[in-house]
Design a protein around this ligand. Structure first.
Ligand code: AR6
Length: 341
């Protein structure tokens, strides 16, 4: 998955580069900076001394020394004042500059902490949003796997309004599986039986012709529908990409799916993806709820109200919010698995 939010200690990440939330001196400090320096060893500080500091919003790169990562990218986040002193632009610049350095050094995997969200006081939900926005923009144009590393659960919070809206939606829609089935049974039994159709006598030629035409049209329609029933997940996906006028790359990037997995699905007509992967494509294609259900069925799944993950997805689709990174943020906050590969 090109962008993943994970809970971990960044010094343990086995990636090409980890990013350090440093200060302008680049000579170490507390928080994640302190943790990185103590895990990397004295060699890191010695190399940092040669860099002559770093301006806020900029980034510099060093070796990883005793860390599992090959490089450390040091960036200096803004100190949060009141949000009206260019903090956001500076924080965005930290992510952009760090990603540019990672790309320049051919890094395929990079891990970021939530820059500025500790000692520097940037509100965590806003800091996370900046991180997600800049990284996802970058990933639309570049092949890389980027991790946002959240250190402690308490440090991670989506906006309270979004959290309570989703919680309310779950509350309203979450039904125990058994209740669901019994309701369904009652509903089915209550349905009136269809009355048998009477045959109509056709006398007039025109009328007959018209009926033939209608029958042919209905047959065409039926054939089209039958074709779609027979359509596999992969065929439906490719059809929808064409219908939406998207390129393959646009689709898999917006789905947060890596290119290799997409090629596999493309070349294997009977490929059955996992549920999060199928849903990621539905979100990327901005399918309606009914179309999403259809796409899921092709992969052998269904949306259910006995499952928080499904309700959260339904919440976002019903709001017309197809931003996969925001959806993943919310899934993460509710301890659910994330969309994508
Ligand atoms: N792994 C991942 N994330 C971590 C770790 C870790 N091991 N430790 C802390 N965090 P901060 P800042 C999270 O204060 O706000 C230093 O003294 C932490 O929970 O490290 O940019 C520098 O020298 C928080 O969400 O960085 C500067 O003087 C995030 O990392 C100043 O702090 C950033 O918190 C920079 O402040």
């Amino acid at each position: 998955m090109p962008l993943e939010i994970v809970r971990n200690d960044i010094t343990k990440m086995k990636v090409d580069a980890i990013v350090n939330a440093a200060n302008e001196s680049l000579l170490g400090g507390g928080g994640v900076d302190g943790a990185i320096h103590s895990a990397a060893g004295a060699g890191l500080l010695a190399e940092c001394r040669t860099l002559c500091g770093c301006k806020t919003g900029k980034a510099k790169i060093t070796g990883g020394y005793n860390l599992p990562a090959k490089y450390v990218i040091h960036t200096v986040g803004p100190i949060y004042n009141d949000g009206k002193h260019g903090e956001k632009a500076l924080l965005e610049s930290c992510y952009r500059e760090s990603l540019a350095l990672a790309k320049e050094h051919q890094c395929e995997t990079v891990a970021f902490p939530l820059i500025s969200s500790g000692v520097y006081g940037y509100p965590k939900d806003q800091a996370l949003k900046v991180a997600i926005d800049v990284i996802s923009d970058f990933l639309l144009e570049n092949e890389m796997t980027v991790y946002i590393v959240i250190f402690d659960k308490a440090a991670y919070k989506i906006s309270e309004k979004l959290f309570s809206d989703i919680a309310e939606y779950i509350d309203d829609n979450y039904v125990d599986e058994h209740t669901d089935y019994s309701r369904e049974r009652i509903r089915m039994n209550a349905l009136p039986q269809a009355a048998p159709r009477k045959r109509r006598k056709k006398s007039d030629d025109d009328f007959l012709e018209m009926c033939d035409c209608k029958a042919m049209l209905a047959e065409d329609d039926l054939n089209a529908k039958l074709k779609q029933i027979d359509e596999s997940f992969s065929q439906m996906l490719l059809r929808k990409i064409d219908e939406k006028g998207m390129t393959d790359a646009e689709c898999y990037k917006r789905a947060n799916i890596d290119r290799k997995l997409f090629s596999k699905i493309r070349s294997d007509v009977n490929y059955k993806p996992s549920k999060p992967t199928a849903l990621a494509f539905a979100i990327s294609l901005e399918l309606s709820l009914a179309e999403t259900e259809d796409m899921l069925r092709k992969a052998g799944f269904a949306l259910s109200h006995s499952n928080k993950f499904d309700i959260i997805i339904e919440y976002f689709i019903s709001k017309g919010n197809y931003n996969i990174f925001e959806i993943n943020e919310a899934l993460f906050a509710f301890d659910q698995s994330l969309l994508g590969a």
